[in-house]
Design a protein around this ligand. Structure first.
Ligand SMILES: [Ca+2]
Length: 398
């Protein structure tokens, strides 16, 4: 059962434009963009040259002159619709609701929230056309899109819904875009399992997620290296609508983290934390892989003891007062000698701090370390004698 409330009144006036070049880039999607020079017309944009039009009941601003009749013909229309939200946290199951023919990219306050008819990684431009043509009977049915990134992009006060709508081709004889935002009372009369991002004891569940996004595969696992290389990150299972988001500063990647669009060139020491984010699903598991570039003087280092390389990846020096995340690369002896140029026998995340009081000022101080999982929680790493409790300690060899 669904009972939806529109946040944008029917035929509400919207700004629209047909840019003739790409100089606006994504600036026009930002809330502060000055759109006063754009045309103003009631929401419900399109045209239809078919003898019998199924779009006409939905068209309140005819844009045939700007698109189909223009020379050259054009297939992209940019729209900005303002609407008010008093308290985003009080919004009940917000969603976008669109009638469209044939594709679009929708933003909310500058953040892309959903796209249709264009591949996930393509950069939209004024020349963008929809990868598929929709049947007109289907195009007039409202389609509802909800996602975590949409929920997180509302703001109190005036919100801006920018839509880049595009046709199957500039020569295509029909076009429709009717964007809206709704909030919904939902009642799931089902025993199907659902997953929830935020616990809500005492109040109704939100619509829930069908599950979590999938996992990621890295083409190269954590290791030391000398020569630069290329790193490819792919979903373990096909996920055409998913995004791979990643960070390089050790933080957990969220929906605003860097968007992975092409292989990464690894030229220096870096730590990559990535996760898959699929619309309608909880974000996937975080995966961390770390790479340590060996300085020339480290190439010839060898020992009859295990060698351990510790890197904080920009988190600064380890201190006494609290544990900081680092990555440990463990190199066991092979044929009696260990070397950093061998493949690492063990690489893991850990929280490290300087241990002891009197010895802490020594040039070679002791460390206290916990093996950490992706959420900085202690975990057991039996193969290295690293237990959740008590803290492992780590004495500098002399
Ligand atoms: Ca069309």
């Amino acid at each position: 059962m669904e009972d939806s409330v529109p946040l944008i009144p029917r035929n509400f006036p919207a700004r629209y434009s047909v840019p003739t070049d790409n100089s606006l880039d994504t600036l026009w999607t930002l809330p502060g963009f000055d759109d006063r020079a754009w045309r103003l017309g009631p929401n419900g944009f399109g045209f239809d040259t078919n003898p019998v039009s199924v779009f006409s009941p939905w068209i309140f601003t005819d844009v045939k002159a700007l698109l189909f009749d223009a020379a050259p013909q054009r297939g992209s229309l940019f729209i900005r619709i303002p609407f008010e939200v008093a308290n985003p946290r009080a919004l009940l199951n917000p969603a976008l609701e669109l009638r469209y023919d044939d594709g679009f990219v929708a933003y909310l306050n500058g953040v892309e929230v959903v796209r249709q008819g264009i591949s996930p990684k393509a950069l939209p431009s004024i020349a963008t056309t929809s990868a598929f043509g929709r049947s007109n009977d289907v195009a007039i049915l409202p389609e509802v899109f909800s996602s975590l990134v949409l929920n997180q992009s509302f703001r109190p006060g005036t919100n801006i819904l920018p839509i880049h709508a595009f046709n199957r081709a500039p020569t295509d004889g029909d076009f429709l875009i009717v964007p809206g935002v709704i909030s919904r009372h939902l009642c799931n009369r089902t025993n199907a399992e659902r997953y929830f991002a935020i616990p809500s004891p005492g109040v109704a569940n939100a619509i829930g997620f069908r599950g979590a996004s999938g996992n990621l595969e890295f083409s190269v696992k954590s290791r030391t290296f000398v020569e630069r290389f290329q790193l490819v990150i792919t979903p373990t299972l096909p996920a055409p609508l998913a995004e791979i988001r990643f960070t390089l500063d050790g933080s957990i990647p969220g929906t605003n983290a860097l968007l992975y669009t092409s292989p990464l060139q690894i030229t220096n020491s870096m730590q990559i934390r990535a996760r898959l984010i699929e619309p309608g699903f909880l974000p996937g598991r975080v995966r961390t892989e770390a790479f340590a570039r060996l300085a020339p003087e480290m190439l010839d280092v060898s020992s009859d003891l295990p060698l351990i390389l510790v890197h904080s990846y920009g988190a600064g020096n380890f201190i006494e007062s609290q544990k900081r995340a680092g990555i440990l690369f463990v190199h066991e002896p092979r044929r009696g000698r260990s070397s950093f140029t061998n493949e690492s026998d063990l690489v893991f995340r850990a929280g490290l701090k300087i241990r002891g009081s009197s010895s802490a000022g020594n040039p070679k101080y002791n460390w206290c370390l916990d093996c950490w999982d992706e959420d900085d929680r202690n975990r057991e790493l039996r193969s290295w004698g690293c237990r959740p409790e008590p803290n492992g300690s780590f004495t500098h060899p002399t």
